[in-house]
Design a protein around this ligand. Structure first.
Ligand SMILES: [Zn+2]
Length: 95
């Protein structure tokens, strides 16, 4: 899901906020695919945070970038920057 097409957590048809249902409460659009992508992105961001805790910075970076491809969020942007900073630190430490 591209963050430019719709705001995260909102119906792409009418912009109503997700309310945890597979159909938009305002316009009735089927949101099941979007919810599935958002859920998968959540799992990938969680994996990225776990990789960061283990010091596996490249794996963390790959997970968060995959998550952002599926469902971009501001929190995911921040996590991406943290992963990139840690990856840079890891390279500097190895040199
Ligand atoms: Zn809607």
């Amino acid at each position: 899901m591209n963050g430019d097409l719709c705001r995260p957590g909102c119906c792409p048809v009418c912009q109503a906020r997700f309310r945890g249902a597979s159909r938009c409460s305002r316009c009735g659009a089927d949101l099941s695919v979007l919810m599935s992508l958002a859920s998968e992105a959540f799992v990938l961001r969680r994996a990225a945070r776990e990789s960061l805790r283990r010091g596996e910075y490249r794996a963390a970076e790959a997970s968060v970038q995959a998550a952002q491809q599926l469902h971009a969020t501001p929190e995911g942007d921040l996590l991406t920057w943290i992963c990139l900073a840690c990856s840079g630190n890891a390279i500097a430490e190895q040199a």
